[in-house]
Design a protein around this ligand. Sequence first.
Ligand code: C5P
Length: 407
Amino acid sequence: MKQLSNRQILLGVTGGIAAYKSAELIRRLKDAGADVRVVMTQAAQEFITPLTLQALSGNPVHTTLLDPEAEAGMGHIELARWADLILVAPASANFIARLASGRGDDLLTTLCLASDAPIALAPAMNQAMWRDSATQANIAVLKSRQAHLFGPAAGEQACGDVGPGRMLEAEDIARRAADLFQSRDLDGVSVVITAGPTREAIDPVRYISNHSSGKMGYALAQAAADAGARVTLISGPTNLPCPARVSRVDVISAEDMLAASLNTLGKCDVFIACAAVADYRPVAVAEHKIKKAAEQMQIALVRNPDIVSTVASHPRRPFTVGFAAETRDLEHYARDKMTRKGLDMIIANDVSDNRIGFNADQNQVVVFWPEGRQAFAEMAKSQLARQLMALVAQHYPHARAAAQPSS
Ligand code: C5P
């Protein structure tokens, strides 16, 4: 069910005894990497509490259309746009009828109308209600509008009847939801990216830093998430918004960045070091603001740890990618850096041309790995990021297979 990684699923829960299975369904979807938001109808809340589904989904549960507080958070139109899939499980006979007639008389039906996302229904009702010609006519209408139908299964029912109308099991619904999505290059792969500058404190108000904007690292994070990866972006101070579906860890100094990076090992498959880490930090941080007195002053500096080399030499090392900004002999210096730092791949750019690199929106790079190289034309960082992630996705599985002990 890797295709569910990073997908945004709006789970509609309507009134029926099968609503208890929605709790299990949320767990299955979340285990597969999906982000789940729940919308409950009034009747659903008679069977299971919003609190239960909120705790399981990790997101507030939406219950009413015109609640000013909820609208101030994620409003209904925003929620409709957010969804990659609207999955209604259980879908009651009443809900199916309201959806078929195009009503927008509660939050869930309104969302179905307002969203362009595909809709999947897992019906659950008494066998006679399912067989009823009105329900069958409604189902035919919804199918003609491309709604996906998951089930129902036949069997023993809560009311004691036997026949069609049982909601499918959670596992089955999650698998069918996954089948609606195409697989992507990095489905289910965990990618950690460092980005931006670091700041090394001199005193409470001053620091040493650099001009890195973080744009390349943020573009890579976005591209990795779009390719299905679970992305952690370990970011120094930047002015950029966190890309969608990316979890950001904010850090200030190189030492913070190292700690945050080491924290991901064991659950990180690919590590990309894009940050412009300060090479040195002040030996000591003054407790109070340093007063100006002498004409000259010196600040003693000490080397910062090399984050990417530390990650690459760790026993639980991920596939590790670094960057090299060079002003001459690009291939020679980049390959040397790749070997010294123990990297699987290095992305090199020539920064003697100041139109590209730091702060720019364009970049031009050559990528080296032990047995090969690939040059990329100058292009927007967002486009380059997609091509770089495709290259990483090509190489990462081979590296992983080579690292597996043969049985
Ligand atoms: O040695 P240099 O700074 O040129 O290496 C650049 C690469 O090493 C980049 O991938 C950068 O993110 C990483 N790096 C690091 N920790 C440092 C210095 C650089 O991870 N302290």
